[in-house]
Design a protein around this ligand. Sequence first.
Ligand code: GLN
Ligand code: ZN
Length: 756
Amino acid sequence: MSKNYVIGFPRIGEKRELKKVLESFWAGDVDFGEVEYVASELKKRHWSYQKKAKVEYISSNDFSYYDNMLDTTILLGAIPKRFQDLEGHEQYFAMARGNKDAVAMEMTKWFNTNYHYIVPEISKDTKFELNSKKVINEFKQAKEHGVNTKINLIGPITYLGLSKSVDNSDTFLHINSVVEQYTKLLEEISSLEENITIQFDEPLFVKDLDSKVLSLIKPAYDKLANVSANIKIAVATYFEHSNEATKILVNTPIWALALDFVYGEKNFDILEDIQASNKVLIAGVVDGRNVWKSNIAKKVKLLEDISKVVNKDNILVSTSCSLLHVPFTLEYEIALDSDIKSWLSFAKEKLVELKLISKLFFKQELTLEDKSSLKSNEEDNKSREESTKIHNKKVQDEILSLKLVQREDAFEDRIKAQREFFKYDDLTTTTIGSFPQTPEIRKNRRDYKTGTILKDEYESNIKDYIDDCISFQESIGLDVLVHGEPERNDMVEYFGELLDGFAFTKNAWVQSYGSRCVKPPLIFGDVSRENPMTVEWIKYAQSKTKKVVKGMLTGPVTILNWSFVRDDKPRNEVAKQIGLAIAKEVDDLQNAGIKMIQVDEAAFKEGYPLRKENISTYEKWAVDNFKLSVSKSKIDTQIHTHMCYSEFNDIIKTIEAMDADVISIETARSGNELLKIFKEVGYKQEVGPGIYDIHSPRVPSVEEMVNQIDALLEVLPKEQLWINPDCGLKTRKWPEVKQSLENMVKAVNIVRENRK
Ligand code: GLN
Ligand code: ZN
């Protein structure tokens, strides 16, 4: 018997079949039966893949039509009132996406991944009532398909810990009722089959938990593990170590602990406790979050190190987390550079790695095929270590000899010089960068890529769009203009395509939420910028107006956080190379006469570590690399940055340390309450708190925006304030954008007039 374990498998389908059928269903083109059919075929296929790879512990209930947390809300019957009159898939999708009567439930990031879950809504009156249908059906379906699965469930503590309270009550008040529902579920499950494994996912345990939450663990798992002798319980954590919880769990009657040894090195510190408890250790050694081929020999060594403490018979070999976070398979990457392809491994390929690692670790006999896979693994890893595609001496030397790592002048001197140079007014109006991405500009990019049109035509279409953007902005009287970003499909991909060290795939989609997938760039090697990336477009825009045009770049931390990053170099060093590349672009822009430059850090906060103990290290290098990216800017070159979220309280000092001259932020949806923190800490630099929400098509009235600006002025002085929408306008339609911005400028004029 093989001793391999997979925490979970992606469900969207290797050709995004689930996405496609869901979207056709939502559009009314197919009925729900079709969705069910596709889903069932996908599940069967995914089980077969794992079975073929000799995975012993294959999951059921890792499938979902939309999201596993949402499934858990249905499982536990915690349906918010506004959806209680609906049923079945109508209710399910209304909760996920809203309907004409009810707004959707909130969605938020799953820990530090780019997956988003539907946030449960709990109040003190929430009543839980088990609905076991999906869980039981999936198990039975797998069994009919010849696979005896373990059953994946979100653990009770993680479920409640990630819920939001709608009445400020403590969501953990419900721990007993939730455990009660799970108890009933386990009773039901125990009659299905002999010896069933349940995996409770408790990733909340990798966070810094207070003693109250820790105190819930033992009673919950004592109870659950005692429901039936026929059920073995594994508690799975991932993305970090979970030592505080493990210390408690070893004293409960659970069967196994699944721990992450790729992103949770400190899990090593708890091995003795596990050994003493004689529990099974599911050792997550194959990276479930990144796309690089495992170095099989190193993984076997890692397992051997673990087995110096934990009895080998008690070890299962596993993925570090669900493979949901990596793309499906390399099979369709026919256009990818063959060297790069040989360094990669996606979900399906990782199953084979797992098999090989465990065979070697458990000293099982290798087949000829295994031997040849092992040999290519060695060769591929060696080629990756030595390839000149990856290792660029010039970049490395340049990084080593870096002298200037931040701007030379202090903010006080810079802002004086800048105000003198630009002569801008208080309450200066601007936008965040992008204007609507119309079907025409998308087609223009697509046609150019596929060779349907030539460069001249492509460029002239872009220029037409820029012309329109500039003349529109002038016509409504905006102060600082932008070119509108018509050449960019995405703020990271655009730069990745122009930088060395990045690769792009055809089909490496990863589920982001519901039917939405993203295809992150791969940073495989040393990053460098050979040629300017944005200068021509911005210069063109500037040539069309006497007003200031703001240059538009994406910052190093955001580029890093939205890519699959090489694992043979620390992230901070990769970010440094990107920072240096951006610094060159900033310099080229200012030398071309573009003196106001925005370096977006939309994803700065997304990179925050899960554990407090690691935060200061991240903040330090993230700030340093942002500062490096703008280090070449002269005293009167004004650096803007933009961030897309509104929770600033805990990171305000870090934002200040980034030392941008102007920051635009998202506050529109949260009012000016959030701005108070800027005042409290005595934030000096200039701030553009978004004065309206671009995430909705609604056009805000002039009066509304006057009130909003007045409210901002109660917190910060007019000299410090810029006026802008709260994010880029690319997802909006032109009519809304025109009206909204016109109203915004009118509102500023009224406020300026009133204050004279
Ligand atoms: N400059 C980008 C835009 O306007 C910023 C996008 C973002 O913040 N996500 O689209
Ligand atoms: Zn934004």
